[in-house]
Ligand binder design. Structure first.
Ligand code: 5GP
Length: 112
């Protein structure tokens, strides 16, 4: 199923893209929950974390490398930040194309 994020990746829907390479795109969340709220998304359509396979291992590693770079770019690496990935209904996943919320820029409440 083509999701909203594939449309953003294909530039069919505008987004504030802050990073892009052959495999990964990152853009600002439309409804930020903190001063920095970026969604880091693989270009490959993987609906949920449950669908990640062995062949995606490098891609997922790369995503975390991009997250670290973006945290540095946004100046939140030293103070700290949170990475969240929701899976399915109980976690509140609304877009079924895996993505990693990079959230920071302020003191975050304890979650777990
Ligand atoms: P989820 O709830 O699936 O973990 O996260 C989906 C995220 O996508 C939400 O934080 C929501 O605000 C964001 N979002 C939904 N529609 C759009 C959009 O059209 N553009 C952007 N940039 N973010 C969106």
């Amino acid at each position: 199923m083509v999701t909203l994020f594939t449309k953003i990746i294909n530039k069919e829907i505008p987004a504030d893209i802050v990073y892009e390479d052959d495999d990964v795109v990152a853009f600002k969340d439309i409804a930020p929950v903190a001063p920095v709220h970026v969604l880091v998304v693989p270009k490959k359509e993987i609906p949920t974390i449950n669908d990640i396979t062995d062949e995606d291992a490098l891609l997922i590693g790369k995503i975390y490398k991009v997250i670290g770079k973006l945290a540095k770019d946004f100046g939140i690496d030293k103070d700290g930040y949170r990475v969240v990935s929701n899976c399915n209904e109980n976690a509140g996943q609304t877009v079924f194309h895996i993505h990693f919320h990079l959230i920071g820029g302020e003191k975050l409440g304890t979650m777990v």
